[in-house]
Design a protein around this ligand. Structure first.
Ligand code: SF4
Length: 236
């Protein structure tokens, strides 16, 4: 496992908790609009500064009583086989843990939940399950059935979770969100949209793409809101 970054405090990444965010390098997707190439592309990962596990755990010891939670983010954290042991060390220090995932590793997700190692999951939904978008971004060995399995598992369990989508102009259409809502919707399901920001992206073409208007995202929300317990645009 490579710890490639640490955001020492966040009030917005873990619902209702003051948290820090730890970034693990490596990802099994290649979303061309991804902002985090330094956490995804092997050639960039090697030149990233790293934080040792000891350094990170010492940081958490120093923040006991000040921070409540740790957000584990990537890249894609579940590609790391030693993720359960890492989270156990965080939990032993008294922190709640939120996992950010693309849903590609339902086995790891289930193992973590069953071992009581995570308290909240945010799963990225890239498109509707039958959309070509998914086929184009999945890395080797990742199957659509795994994404479906993760969705089913979260929806049928007791763990607090949310689904979320970064909405990207030229990739998504309004109709895509009706399909997504029919797929993932449910009376206990929270779903959040985040507007794409043109920044440094894996595919530089996306750096020139204009975000959708606020009004467009609000129209989508109005249409799909009935499918969810909560559905909002979130500021990225
Ligand atoms: S899954 Fe997330 S980290 Fe991985 S390439 Fe896509 S946006 Fe980037």
């Amino acid at each position: 496992m490579i710890i490639a970054g640490l955001q020492k405090t966040t009030l917005i990444d873990y619902p209702r908790k003051i948290a820090c965010v730890v970034f693990l390098a490596g990802c099994n997707f290649r979303c061309p609009w991804c902002y985090s190439s330094e956490l995804v592309l092997p050639l960039k990962i090697v030149s990233q500064p790293r934080i040792s596990e000891k350094e990170f755990l010492d940081f958490l010891r120093g923040r006991q009583g000040l921070l409540e939670g740790v957000v584990i983010c990537g890249g894609e954290p579940t590609i790391n086989k030693d993720l359960p042991q890492f989270i156990e060390k965080i939990k032993n220090l008294g922190y709640s843990v939120k996992l950010d995932t693309n849903g590609s590793n339902p086995k790891m997700l289930k193992d973590l939940v069953r071992a009581n190692l995570i308290d909240y999951v945010a799963m990225d939904i890239k498109a509707s399950i039958n959309n070509k978008i998914y086929e184009n971004i999945l890395g080797e060995g990742v199957k659509l059935a795994d994404i479906q399995d993760s969705v089913n598992f979260l929806k049928s369990g007791n763990l607090d979770f949310e689904f979320r989508t970064t909405v990207v102009n030229t990739i998504h259409t309004k109709e895509d969100f009706s399909e997504i809502a029919k797929w993932i919707g449910g009376s206990d399901v929270k779903y959040y949209l985040q507007n794409f920001r043109a920044e440094k992206t894996i595919d530089p073409k996306f750096e020139k793409i204009e975000p959708f208007s606020k009004e467009f995202l609000e129209e989508i929300i109005k249409e799909i809101f009935p499918y969810f317990k909560d559905c909002q645009v979130r500021q990225g």
